[in-house]
Design a protein around this ligand. Structure first.
Ligand code: UTP
Length: 411
């Protein structure tokens, strides 16, 4: 196996890793060899050599996509959709996935984001605890126990598991909670070299929340869902403390529109809000990041004076199990992020760079929406469903999120 590893490394211009390998003791060397053989080094090096192969809006056609405004539903429609959704939930066909594999670099909390605590008017709560409370409320209402799946990453899986155990899963039936690990990809330096981390292995990192589809399949979660008769799966982030994870209305709207995928949006607070918005990309549903939206589209309004690209993605997605199955075989495009990453130099000395030094390849969950021609988008009220914790201070920080949560409690 060692020869094979050396061959791969030499082929892809990573001779420094071979030199490094020769400095290691047998046990360390074996681990590294095993890693090299398993890794898709060809893919990262190819992405590095062809950065343009990563996702780019380029000449793609961006068009408006329509959304259903919750406020514009008649009472009859509202009740009808909601009841359809309730039927699905009550018949135990609904599951929830929380994506918690991110690094939460902007927040800077020491530990997985779900272990971050906020001080709310109804008590101090961890982000995971808030999710459990929403699940339990739905369980009480509908007389069921919703299966809860948590996507973690190599970096934070053990800490997440320990935390949940330590807190007795906040009272959630343990048999209904399953953790699964998302995918990862090697980091590559801006000079095209793989790096060695403190564990003396090639540095890898989570490869974005788009790896959820493949991981659901590879980790046996899709199979588990099917065995349990699950038909609709809600997927949300870990850091929106007003996220409505069990909403029969969303299920009903999707069923009624005959779609396999759905998502929720809120209207931009102002055209320049730094948020991804729903649109059609080359005729298929998608989300365009604020940095990629062409300038002339940012403030564009329709005949009613509404922003044409104003439906913000709040990471609140719903899938039919068929859609998840289809997407688990989709090759997700990678986006590039340039990040700072420490590493061991050729002498084993830790280097902490002052500037960004690596490319990180990440796939985004919403890029798989293009598997379908249509998606149901339910536009909801921001103050009811969106209080994200992204930054340590300022916008979308614990302070702003807590304020929004408390205001919602008053209602
Ligand atoms: P963000 O893109 O906001 O990333 O993730 P983050 O890790 O929370 O924070 P930063 O960007 O490092 O500051 C949105 C959601 O997707 C999950 C996150 O846990 C969060 O719920 N996510 C993100 C993953 O599960 N895996 C990833 O690789 C990235």
């Amino acid at each position: 196996m060692e020869e094979k590893a050396i061959e791969i490394l030499e082929k892809f211009n990573q001779k420094h890793i071979v030199d490094w390998m020769n400095r290691l003791n047998d046990e360390e060397k074996n681990k590294l060899v095993e890693q090299v053989v398993k890794l898709n080094i060809e893919q990262v090096v190819d992405l590095y050599n062809n950065l343009s192969k990563t996702f780019e809006i380029g000449n793609k056609k961006i068009e408006k996509i329509s959304a259903i405004d919750i406020d514009k539903l008649s009472e009859e429609e509202f009740n009808n959709y909601k009841n359809q959704g309730i039927n699905i939930i009550k018949s135990k066909k609904y599951a929830v996935v929380t994506m918690a594999g991110g690094q939460g670099t902007r927040l800077g909390h020491n530990g997985p984001k779900g272990t971050f605590k906020v001080n709310l008017n109804n008590g101090e709560k961890y982000l995971f605890q808030i999710i459990v409370e929403s699940l339990q409320e739905a369980n009480r209402k509908y007389g069921i126990v919703i299966p809860w799946y948590i996507m973690t990453s190599e970096e934070n899986n053990d800490q997440t598991l320990d935390f949940l155990k330590e807190h007795g899963y906040f009272g959630y039936p343990q048999g209904k909670v399953k953790l699964f690990k998302q995918g990862k990809a090697p980091l590559i330096s801006t000079e095209g070299k793989l790096l060695i981390g403190k564990d003396k292995l090639i540095k890898e990192a989570s490869d974005g929340n788009g790896s959820i589809y493949k991981s659901l399949k590879d980790d046996g979660i899709l199979e588990d869902m099917k065995n349990n008769g699950i038909q609709w799966v809600f997927v949300g982030g870990v850091d929106n403390i007003l996220l409505k994870i069990v909403d029969p209305l969303l299920v009903g709207v999707t069923l009624n529109e005959g779609n396999k995928i759905a998502s929720k949006s809120v209207i931009k607070t102002n055209p320049r809000e730094k948020a991804g918005v729903f649109c059609k990309i080359d005729g298929k549903p998608g989300i365009i990041e604020y940095s990629e939206l062409p300038e002339e589209m940012i403030e564009e309004v329709d005949q009613d004076g509404e922003l044409v690209f104003g439906d913000v993605n709040i990471l609140s997605h719903l899938y039919n199990i068929e859609a998840l199955e289809k997407m688990s075989d989709t090759v997700m495009p990678y986006h590039i992020a340039v990040k700072k990453s420490d590493y061991l130099d050729e002498n084993g000395k830790l280097v902490v760079p002052e500037d960004k030094n690596v490319y990180k390849f990440e796939s985004f969950i919403f890029d798989a929406f293009s598997n379908y021609d249509n998606i149901s988008i339910l536009r909801v009220k921001r103050e009811n469903e969106f209080a994200p914790i992204k930054n340590a201070q300022g916008n979308d920080s614990p302070e702003t999120a807590v304020e929004l949560y408390n205001a919602r409690l008053e209602k």
